[in-house]
Design a binder for this molecule. Structure first.
Ligand code: SF4
Ligand code: SF4
Ligand code: FES
Length: 373
């Protein structure tokens, strides 16, 4: 039987002792799960290890932890897969990040995850009730099926980089939950929900698009995509200009990329706070103030070689041929009659084809030539 070495982080805040690592060797087939490895350790060597689990089938969401640097479900991670990410031949197991540890691998989900989920009013705010039932178009429900697949394991929260910097950030799981209701036609408070999330200084525009939540999620919820949908609906459909200037900041990227094909750093901050930036020749008083406040950061970035003054002041452009291609993309997208929101969780490519399309349905082999229905 193959052997695997598990390195488990031990910590009990009640004792006051510092965290430490314990090593154990388990013998299990490579296709068995990391959770089975931990349970073998508990059974054979140390029953005091704190771990939360129940279904062992990626359903209940209770075994979220960090395995070789990546958050996920221990019952849904093969030992062989965990080993393939190992740097030193061991499988390193720690509690999820961004949440306080209760004991060893158990984190306080109430203190962070559930608190944030509660923040977004996680229930349907219905208007007048119909006499019998709400009839919802199929496409609308397909749209919200993706966030509905969430099992509240907290893996995305554990790996969220924005939350590491801003612990008050509402976070990926809760914002995906918010989209579940904003995307639901039965909910009547879409605009209020969006305004609330956009105006929260730790809300909709705090996400930095790092993709970590998409990578961590065992259920394909893709929280970052749901956050982007919320932003598009807030900005493009409801024209919500938030007090954090998040919407203007996004617009600045869109406009500058269309104009130059590349980002003009000198213009991003001024345009994000109003006016049309340095190159546009118009600064709003607010943007002037923000540019002034940004000078210490800019100086630090220049000293560290992250920003070049020449590139900052003189926007670099793509060559005319490449720029024309970028402009064509903008033209194509803006020319569409409706915005396409792809839900790859449900409507991704299917090797067998879509059974609902006529091409996918075979002809009746018993049909006689010339027969009509
Ligand atoms: S994409 Fe946004 S929400 Fe997701 S982990 Fe990164 S910062 Fe957090
Ligand atoms: S979005 Fe995915 S990773 Fe986040 S809590 Fe839900 S199931 Fe877990
Ligand atoms: S034990 Fe239920 S999701 Fe892992």
């Amino acid at each position: 039987m193959p052997e695997f070495t598990l390195r488990i982080r031990r910590y009990n805040p009640e004792t006051g002792a510092a965290p430490y690592w314990d090593r154990y060797t388990v013998d299990l087939e490579p296709h068995r799960s990391v959770l089975e490895g931990i349970l073998q350790v508990k059974d054979r060597f140390d029953s005091s290890i704190g771990v939360r689990c129940s279904c062992r089938a990626a359903i209940c969401g209770s075994c979220g932890m960090t395995i070789n640097g990546k958050a996920g479900l221990a019952c849904h991670t093969h030992l062989s897969e965990a080993m393939s990410r190992s740097k030193d031949g061991t499988i390193e197991i720690q509690p999820l990040g961004n949440m306080p540890v209760i004991k060893d691998l158990i984190v306080d989900m109430d203190a962070v995850h559930w608190k944030k989920v509660n923040r977004v009013t996680p229930w349907l705010l219905s208007g007048d009730l119909p006499e019998r039932e709400h009839i919802v178009p199929r496409e609308s429900m397909v749209d919200v099926t993706q966030p509905m697949a969430c099992i509240q394991c907290g893996s995305c929260v554990g790996d969220c980089l924005a939350m590491e910097v801003d612990p008050d950030f509402i976070g990926p799981a809760a914002l995906a939950k918010a989209y579940r209701f904003v995307g639901d036609p039965r909910d009547v408070q879409h605009e209020q929900r969006l305004k609330d999330l956009a105006d929260d200084p730790h809300g909709l525009y705090t996400c930095t698009h790092c993709f970590k939540c998409i990578e961590a999620c065992p259920k394909g919820v893709a929280p970052m995509n749901q956050i982007m949908r919320l932003r598009r609906i807030a900005g493009q459909d409801h024209h919500i200009e938030d007090v954090n200037n998040g919407e203007r900041h996004e617009e600045a990227f869109v406009v500058l990329l269309q104009k130059y094909g590349l980002l003009s750093e000198a213009d991003v901050v001024p345009r994000s706070y109003g006016g049309n930036g340095l190159t546009g020749g118009k600064l709003s008083p607010k943007s002037g103030e923000q540019v002034f406040q940004s000078l210490p950061f800019l100086a630090k970035a220049v000293l560290r070689g992250k920003v070049k003054i020449s590139q900052t002041l003189f926007p670099h452009k793509l060559d005319s041929e490449s720029l024309a291609e970028v402009k064509k993309i903008y033209k194509d997208v803006k020319g569409r009659e409706e915005r396409l929101e792809l839900n790859l969780y449900i409507t991704g490519y299917d090797e067998d084809g879509d059974p609902t399309t006529s091409e996918a349905i075979p002809d009746n082999p018993n049909e006689k030539a010339g027969a009509t229905a």
